[in-house]
Design a binder for this molecule. Structure first.
Ligand SMILES: NC(=O)c1ccc[n+]([C@@H]2O[C@H](COP(=O)([O-])OP(=O)(O)OC[C@H]3O[C@@H](n4cnc5c(N)ncnc54)[C@H](OP(=O)(O)O)[C@@H]3O)[C@@H](O)[C@H]2O)c1
Length: 257
């Protein structure tokens, strides 16, 4: 992370879903690359644990914490206002997400809404409000965490697939609309990474075996392996990259047989 192109010193990033899993790893990685942080979550103790790890990575980091449920659009407005009252945001990592795994024939309206409201509606309205700020500043980078489930059909379910496909398409449209203002919008589509979200399904050894058998690199990802892609997309190294969703999937999505 020493190359100046990847140096995020003087930049500030808002990371949603930073209380655990991928968001926590990304927050630690952004701090190590020099960024200051605003972290969102719902679980205060878990977010405090992330802050402690972030400070271990770089003791001089400036970090604030914010609590909101992303299904509440008024809460999103308050979150973004609070974060911007502290200072400008250079990078948004739109990471918070959840899933309810249900076969398509059994999905209820409440389940559909819970997944779509968190993973797509919440992601859009955060991007819209932070994007407004970035457009006014004529700079900024938004990184939307989708999933390979937005690219190919997965057993993770129809609501999650629809939401994550929506995030990938949203990424392209926002990149097209905001490019002229110097705002880049990209995404990352992970395959399985070991986190609280995935640990239950990955603890089923038969399922785990099927997952790795379809993964050219022969294993699931470790959350630290998402740090490089996020730092790259946040940094000047990606200054001419926009509208792209980068698969970080051990090759899973190109596996044709
Ligand atoms: N892990 C994987 O294998 C994998 C693969 C592909 C894509 N992804 C995507 O990567 C992102 C992070 O996943 P993860 O595995 O790190 O999940 P995780 O460990 O379950 O963490 C999810 C984070 O999102 C926050 N969150 C969830 N629902 C929220 C809501 N309604 N309002 C506010 N915050 C909410 C949680 O906050 P609290 O804990 O504070 O409630 C937590 O910080 C998600 O978008 C997920 O879809 C993960």
């Amino acid at each position: 992370m020493n190359h100046p192109l990847f140096d995020l010193t003087g930049k500030r990033a808002l990371v949603t879903g930073a209380s655990r899993g991928i968001g926590r790893a990304v927050a630690i990685g952004l701090a190590a690359a020099g960024a200051d942080l605003a972290l969102q979550g719902r679980d205060a103790q878990a977010l405090a644990d992330t802050v402690a790890s972030v400070r271990e990575a770089r003791s001089s980091v400036w970090v604030s914490t914010h609590f909101c449920d992303l299904r509440d659009t008024d809460g999103i407005s308050r979150l973004v206002a609070d974060v911007l009252a502290e200072g400008p945001v250079d990078t948004l990592v739109n990471n918070a997400g959840m899933n309810i795994r249900v076969p398509a024939l059994s999905v209820s309206v409440a389940q559909w809404q819970a997944v779509l409201d968190t993973d797509l509606r919440g992601a859009f309205f955060i991007a819209q409000q932070v994007g407004q700020h970035m457009v006014e500043r004529r700079q900024g980078s938004i990184i939307n965490i989708s999933s390979v489930g937005g690219l190919v059909a997965l057993r993770t379910g129809v609501a999650y697939g629809a939401a994550k496909a929506g995030v990938i398409q949203m990424t392209k449209v926002l990149a097209m609309e905001w490019g002229k203002y110097g705002v880049r919008v990209n995404g990352i589509a992970p395959w399985y990474f070991r986190t609280p979200l995935s640990e239950q399904v990955l603890s089923d050894l038969q399922y785990y075996g099927e997952v790795v058998s379809r993964t050219p690199l022969g294993r699931v990802g470790e959350v630290q392996e998402l740090v490089g892609p996020v730092v790259f997309l946040a940094s000047n190294a990606a200054s001419y990259v926009t509208g792209h969703t980068l698969t970080v999937d051990g090759g899973m999505s190109i596996f044709g047989f």
